[in-house]
Ligand binder design. Structure first.
Ligand code: HEM
Ligand code: HEM
Length: 185
């Protein structure tokens, strides 16, 4: 396959749609649990319900995004990037994909262990089956720690990722941000 090495190399519209839709859904998922912490019992249950349903949607979209990415490789990095920048970006992107799968998957296993295999409601529309697990609050507790730790790592990486995007846009003034904003079809 021919690789697009022109300065105009962009992500495709589908890759861009996946990136921004998932950004919004992931940020929303943090908001749901953070707001839930200070909410009344009833609102808390509702928000955690939204958190789980939205998290399952993130898992599904990420799987589709990765399959799509394998079939449509991203454009090569800008030539002006230093080799350490390329290496760091590759690591951060790979860890992001790992976390976008691992965080919701661990969440799903955690609630399955906590409830002994109960399903996860999807916004009152249908139920996603639970994983066949024996009820164990201990296992659920350990998985909760992992879920929280991975989510914390994601926030750290997001800080780095956004700082890098802003640096490229306003300091280096290169085309990095544009690659993820207006795509080729
Ligand atoms: C990318 C998706 C997700 C992100 C970023 C995420 C992030 C978080 C964060 C930051 C917390 C708070 C940690 C704490 O307790 O201090 C949390 C709690 C939790 N998450 Fe997720 N999560 C995701 C997906 C899921 C999924 C798919 C499920 C289950 C199906 C789930 C179930 C839970 C539960 C049950 C809690 C504990 C809520 C409570 O304390 O009442 N999460 N999650
Ligand atoms: C939770 C939120 C986010 C996640 C998980 C995320 C994840 C990713 C991933 C995995 C890639 C690599 C795409 C690929 O090659 O397949 C990427 C690229 C990119 N992201 Fe994000 N991102 C998030 C939010 C943001 C935000 C808020 C901005 C801007 C302020 C941003 C700007 C960019 C840019 C400019 C690229 C293209 C980099 C390049 O040219 O190689 N991202 N993002």
């Amino acid at each position: 396959m021919e690789t697009d090495r022109s300065p105009d190399a962009r992500y495709t519209q589908v890759a861009i749609a996946f990136h921004w839709i998932l950004t919004v859904l992931i940020l929303l998922n943090f908001v749901f649990v953070w707001v839930a912490e200070d909410a009344s019992k009833e609102t808390e249950a509702q928000l955690v319900g939204y958190h789980m349903a939205n998290g399952m949607l993130i898992l599904l979209l990420t799987v589709l995004r990765i399959i799509w990415r394998v079939m449509n490789p991203p454009p090569p990095f800008e030539d002006s990037l230093k080799s350490w920048e390329v290496a760091l970006a590759k690591v951060v992107h790979a860890v992001f994909y790992f976390l976008m799968i691992a965080i919701p998957l661990v969440g799903w296993i955690m609630v399955s262990a906590f409830s002994g295999g109960h399903g996860v409601g999807f916004f009152g529309l249908f139920e996603i089956p639970g994983l066949p697990m024996a009820k164990s609050e201990e296992t659920a507790g350990v998985l909760h720690e992992v879920h929280e730790l991975f989510a914390g790592l994601m926030i750290l990486l997001l800080g780095l990722h956004v700082a890098a995007a802003l640096k490229h846009q306003f300091v280096d003034r290169d085309g990095t941000m544009r690659r993820m904003l207006s795509g080729k079809s």
